[in-house]
Design a binder for this molecule. Structure first.
Ligand SMILES: *Cc1c(COP(=O)(O)O)cnc(C)c1O
Length: 361
């Protein structure tokens, strides 16, 4: 007989909360968590292996607590004149976000975003003891600068999350929204650019807004475009003082020597690692066009996934696709489903299966 959560002296504010729970099922076509479904290219994998093998010889020692070569590699990759003292990294951008909430959120403080948005924001906010509040989006999940600013001003949060482009909707976020929100708060403004590499190449990143804005931070991840989800590496760029704040809360040696070695090696092959991005974008656009032809209503997406409306019964269609070996995401918005753009074959399998289900309302 085992105990239940109710039998434990759990923190009161965690009672009744649900853990993050995207299903992990061994289906042939898994398009539910926005991974890059292309494997790491062989020549890069070989180099990463060499780098990890060298790091293993010193694994009896604690790793470089400041992960200096990795921060340099991220600064090089991001460009925009960034230097390593403006870079932070952790085990996935979720941990990066947790560091920010540990330093700038916590008991008695609040974090805010515009729903629907990334489901981890409330979980990280509450897990670190702060209160979560959510504002609203306009037509087709877009945000306009004046409305976003007035919502932020009214909520007066300590931390604002702006997911750009937004998960789970794919919606682009214009930079004038970032500027307006920054001016409407004295708190921290996080622009989560987890999907930035999938946006049109000529679009500016929020990195261009960093100079002169010491409360602004831009987070990124290697999980999506870089095909590195399993390695758990996320990072951010901000003012050097902001990085110093994160040093107060991180656990010592939080990035293992093996993680540092793998990520640094992968970044030296950034163009090869990112080779598949254009191909994924082509599959994304093919999904949008085809689901529309099938009678659904896809939203504009600057990411590696598509959210579409017009599903008669999301749970039933999710199950019907599951039965056909295809895992997509029911994000909890009625009549909507989200699907990640896979390889051409995976995408074809999804589109054929969806056509055979025929559940457009
Ligand atoms: C996938 C995703 C992340 C990345 O998480 P990692 O911890 O780096 O794997 C961050 N933000 C958003 C909006 C995401 O969709």
């Amino acid at each position: 007989m085992s105990a239940s959560l109710d039998d434990l002296p759990l923190r009161d504010d965690l009672r009744g909360q649900k853990p993050y729970g995207a299903p992990q099922a061994p289906l042939p076509v898994a398009l539910n968590v926005n991974e890059n479904t292309h494997p790491v290219p062989q020549e890069v994998a070989d180099d990463i292996l060499d780098s990890v093998a060298r790091a293993l010889r010193d694994v009896n020692r604690y790793p470089d607590r400041e992960f200096t070569p990795l921060r340099e590699a991220f600064a090089d990759y991001l460009g925009h004149g960034l230097t390593r003292d403006q870079i932070w990294a952790a085990n996935g951008s979720n941990e990066v976000l947790q560091h920010i909430l540990q330093a700038f959120g916590g008991p008695g403080r609040t974090a805010f975003s515009f729903a629907p948005t990334y489901s981890m924001y409330p979980i990280i906010t509450r897990g670190t003891g702060a209160t979560w509040t959510a504002g609203t989006r306009g037509h087709d999940f877009t945000l306009d600068p004046a409305d976003a600013a007035s919502q932020v001003e009214a909520a007066a949060p300590d931390v604002v999350f702006l997911c750009a482009p937004n998960n789970p909707t794919g919606t682009p976020l214009p930079l004038d929204v970032v500027e307006a929100v920054y001016d409407a708060t004295d708190g921290i403004v996080i622009v989560d650019e987890a999907y930035q590499e999938f946006a049109p190449h000529d679009e500016r990143s929020a990195l261009t807004l960093l100079p002169g804005r010491e409360r602004l931070v831009v987070s990124r991840t290697m999980s999506k475009a870089f095909a590195f989800a399993g390695a758990r590496v996320g990072y951010l760029a901000a003012d050097p003082a902001f990085i110093d704040a994160l040093r107060l809360v991180r656990l010592p040696y939080h990035l293992s020597a093996l993680t540092q070695a793998a990520a640094t090696a992968a970044l030296h092959h950034a163009p090869t690692m990112l080779r598949m991005v254009d191909e994924i974008v082509a599959q994304r656009d093919r999904i949008s066009a085809t689901v529309e032809a099938l009678g659904y209503r896809p939203y504009e997406s600057w990411t590696n996934f598509v959210l579409f409306n017009g599903v008669e019964d999301s749970a039933a269609t999710w199950h019907a696709l599951y039965e056909r070996g295809i895992l997509v995401r029911d994000v909890g918005i009625p009549h909507h489903l989200r699907v990640t753009a896979g390889t051409e074959d995976e995408t074809t399998a999804f589109l054929d299966a969806l056509a055979s289900v025929g559940s457009a309302s």
